[in-house]
Design a protein. Structure first.
Length: 164
């Protein structure tokens, strides 16, 4: 990455552009552009944002941005594809230690289960309360039956039909 940063810096200088002018045009901070030119990848939190910044900077300098991004991708591949022997040995030791651990139902960690019974009881209670309340309200609003007025009234047609 150091070589790529030097190449971008030399191109900027040969174009006669100051670092502050480039920062203003690209809306970069000065430290961001200095880190790109010095090859300081660790100053950036996001590699994809760094790649986009390098691509934009290469376009600004009039370079072939695809070639510059390819060079950056090669750097990333070389940098990330090398796993040190110490890391491999440490990973093997961790795996062996896990295998040596005693696995017992008494030492096994269980996830805490949620008890749904109280929720179900509350839901059923609310449902029963609503039904009882509905029955009470519907009976209160109902008009009483008027059978008192009909006592003592005899319909002659009714008597005729009962006697047949």
């Amino acid at each position: 990455m150091k070589e790529l940063g030097d190449y971008l810096k030399q191109t900027r200088i040969s174009n006669g552009v100051s670092i502050t002018e480039a920062c203003e045009d690209l809306e970069f901070s000065t430290s961001q552009l200095e880190n790109i030119e010095s090859g300081n990848v660790r100053a950036f939190k996001d590699v994809y944002e760094l790649k986009d910044s390098i691509k934009l900077y290469a376009k600004y300098l009039g370079l072939d941005s695809d070639k510059v991004v390819d060079e950056f991708n090669n750097f990333l591949f070389q940098h990330t594809s090398k796993i040190s022997l110490e890391d491999i040995v440490a990973a093997q030791k961790r795996k062996e230690e896990e295998e040596r651990k005693v696995k017992s139902p008494y030492t096994k960690e269980y996830k805490e289960r949620i008890n749904y019974v109280p929720f179900i009881c509350v839901g059923v209670g609310v449902l029963v309360f609503i039904i009882v309340l509905y029955i009470i309200i519907s009976n209160m609003n109902r008009a009483p039956k008027r059978i008192d007025e009909l006592k003592g009234y005899v319909c002659e047609e009714c008597i005729y039909e009962f006697t047949k």
